[in-house]
Design a protein around this ligand. Structure first.
Ligand code: BGC
Length: 381
């Protein structure tokens, strides 16, 4: 009996030891796995830098709808990832934007996302940012004449102009040899790099028809600076359109097309046309292009006053900017898809270009409503 008891005890002891041994091994294995998966010191440091890091976001103005959306989208998306955001609007004053950037540098921002007002006026403040080790991203508009800018996130701006030009080409049947038609051209703000890209994109399609005489410009105004709209202001475009009408169309000359680079210049042109009674069977609205698919312009498209707009989904642009911030602060490859075209005069700024699309009366529901960009209420008068 004693023997049996002894044997049982020994077996129990062996089983226990075996169990302890196994569980130790398991524990060790788990520890080893943890060690293998353990984040490197560098990664820990990066995560610490990223956690709650301050990101400075500067937008040009609250007066245009798009920048309000851009700012709100970037802020929401950055905050959702745990960043702290300082979002500023400069009401189109370069001095205000510079002082907002100086503040963000002093506040210890880790990355600055900048939609500039004057693309060539930020050299000094960006130098300070570089010295403070802050990464910088041009948002939508390229910042020029400085080496102290790291990345650029924007839409394919030349393509925006191409889409506007192609719309006019198709709507008039220019390829089929139709014409001649009367056209006036507007360009954007000369201090905004995008304005030149839009203009060049439009003319890459339309210049051939101007040269062949199928597109006639009764005012004779075609050169970029003459047709530019400083500050992209609707009232500036309206004033120029008033003058163009008085000088060239008051005698009943038909105006077939106004090539507008964006929605604020389109709104200005439409206001000038409305003031002199366009929109009747005798005096129909010309083809009018635009960009941004702003709410008043979407309504104008539904009403048949504006023909098209180039839609640039600001949610996607914000997403790309946030992906850049994440990669910069957490390590990893910063997403770029163009390293050739955005030459700022000092360097080629690595860029991510998003894709713009055409919206018209025919597809605005799918592009703007179904996609959740606007609610039906927002575009109902
Ligand atoms: C933007 C356009 C905008 C314009 C005026 C450009 O830089 O790309 O979307 O309409 O500025 O704010």
């Amino acid at each position: 009996m004693k023997k049996i008891l002894m044997l049982t005890l020994i077996v129990a002891l062996m089983v226990t030891m075996l169990f302890i041994g196994t569980s130790c091994k398991e524990e060790k294995a788990t520890t080893e796995e943890v060690t293998e998966e353990e984040v490197t010191e560098e990664e820990v440091a990066e995560e610490t830098t990223a956690a709650g890091a301050l990101i400075g976001v500067t937008m040009p103005t609250k007066s245009l709808q798009r920048w309000n959306q851009d700012g709100a989208n970037i802020k929401a998306q950055l905050e959702a990832k745990g960043y702290t955001v300082d979002l500023q609007y400069a009401e189109d004053s370069v001095a205000t934007q510079v002082s907002q950037l100086e503040n963000q540098i002093t506040m210890g921002a880790k990355v600055l996302i900048i939609a500039s007002i004057d693309g060539s006026a930020l050299g000094e403040v960006l130098k300070s940012a570089k010295e403070a080790g802050i990464a910088t991203i041009c948002y939508d508009r390229l910042i020029k004449e400085t080496a102290d800018i790291d990345y650029n996130v924007t839409f394919d701006n030349f393509q925006v102009g191409v889409l506007q030009g192609e719309y006019i080409e198709t709507a008039l049947g220019l390829k089929e040899g139709n014409g001649p038609f009367n056209m006036e051209i507007f360009a954007g703000s000369p201090d905004d790099n995008n304005a030149t890209l839009f203009y060049n994109g439009e003319l890459s399609v339309l210049q051939q028809y101007i040269d062949s005489g199928m597109l006639v410009i009764p005012s004779g105004q075609t050169d970029f600076l003459t047709v530019a709209t400083p500050g992209w202001k609707a009232e500036t475009a309206q004033a120029r359109m008033d003058n163009l009408i008085t000088a060239n169309y008051a005698d009943g000359t038909v105006l077939d097309v106004i090539c507008c680079p964006n929605d604020s210049t389109a709104i200005g042109s439409i206001a000038a046309l409305d003031n002199v009674g366009y929109g009747t069977a005798d005096k129909p609205y010309p083809i009018i292009t635009g960009q941004d698919a702003d709410i008043p312009n979407t309504i104008a498209m539904i009403d048949g006053k504006q023909s098209m707009s180039v839609f640039k989904d600001t949610r996607i642009l914000a997403e790309q900017a946030v992906a850049m911030v994440d990669a910069i602060l957490k390590g990893g490859e910063v997403p770029v898809n163009n390293t050739t075209d955005y030459d700022n005069g000092v360097k080629i700024v690595p860029s991510f270009l998003c894709t713009p699309i055409v919206v018209t009366k025919d597809n605005y529901e799918e592009a703007l409503i179904d996609s959740g960009y606007y609610t039906v209420d927002q575009i109902t008068k």
